[in-house]
Design a binder for this molecule. Sequence first.
Ligand code: EPZ
Length: 437
Amino acid sequence: MESLTVWGGKPLQGTVHVRGAKNLVTKAMVAALLGETESLLKDVPAISDVEVVRGLLEVHGVVVTEPEPGELLLDPRNVKSANFVEIEVHAGSSRIPILFCGPLLHQLGEAFIPDLGGCRIGDRPIDFHLDALRKFGAVVDKQPNGIHLTAPNGLKGAHIELPYPSVGATEQVLLTAVRAEGVTELKNAAIEPEIMDLIAILQKMGAIITVEPNRVIFIEGVEKLGGYSHRAIFDRNEAASWASAALATEGDIFVKGAKQQELLTFLNIFRKVGGAFDVEEDGIRFYHPGGALKPIVVETDVHPGFMTDWQQPLVVALTKAEGVSVVHETVYENRFGFTDALNQMGADIVVHRDGLAGVTRRVPRRPLEQAAVVTGPSKLHGADVRVPDLRGGFSHLIAALTAEGESTITNVGIISRGYEHFGEKLQALGADFRVNA
Ligand code: EPZ
């Protein structure tokens, strides 16, 4: 699916079913490498990021089958080294390969990780990951197109303090420490719900992991781990994206599978902007209750703050709010690229390279944080736009569905990296669009 033609201006109404979180499922698949027996993962979404990780597991000898639709059975009993070419083919546009380091070092004593892909939303270094691996005793050898790692004296528990509560680096430490010799202490860890779900999976495998109130995590290394059977946490980012779509198009969307606890901060902001929601047993109904949308000042942060992945879809709704909103992005250096297309459609968004100084902010002020000032209400009109990244891409879609008139959106394939069957879902919501060849 390369491009879509969208005729906007119609409220999105209906039900979408959100399944397992892209940012948990892919890591749970890597965790299966650490087990001596098979693992069963449920509620796996059909997204390309899952296919990338499946390919990488298979080239390393893991047998992956689908007992039921949405389930993966992962058999790691014949793990083997893979050659660079095989790995390179599967690395794709994902960042997940970096998380193979610990498991492959434990299983094979070495790992080759190709240079990473992933959304262009900042330079996305992996220094926290490599520093942590070295502390466990890994030897990291930078090569032209990736890194080669060995662990000549095995992997030993370490004292690690992250400069920033990085989700990926926290997962790197967890996936390495669980079978390292001795205890690992991880300070300034990320504690996103997807991290806690990964910890639950590792505990099912036999790991001993303690999360302290001050975001310090202790992991007591164990000799060996078994497999797991686990139903993945729902995708909070996808749920928040459809909620923003309901608000922006003045629609009414029931997001089946969404849960309130993991969306508390999002729900507060959604309500403050003027959205309404009803929490049901099996999902959440998000709708525009009528009346004007209100402007808001919101700052992205680590959990339990407002997630950086939620701001892109919300900004589209903010273009319709009556007044000036400010969205302060503090996690990535360049996550407002999508606003160019919104301005092309008639929005009034100014992006400031320097963020807002928050003296009480918990995380160190990052030199390149950004603030987007959104002045509304704007009436969006159709335009021809190109998708820059995953979450920004979904915002282009929402904007085109909100705009009066016809839009053509190219490079939409990126959206299927993180949104399962989004074409069918748009159809179910009554969207007016055509898939171009
Ligand atoms: C994960 O990325 C998610 N991706 C991101 O979602 C999400 O936005 C992010 O966490 C924050 O919640 C996956 O889980 C696959 P980080 P990750 O390490 O782990 C800097 C989406 O759309 N940093 O918490 O890469 C980094 O540059 C994606 O689903 C270093 O400086 O995020 C960033 O500024 C987008 N050095 C900040 O920390 C490092 O070694 C947070 O990154 C690692 C990170």
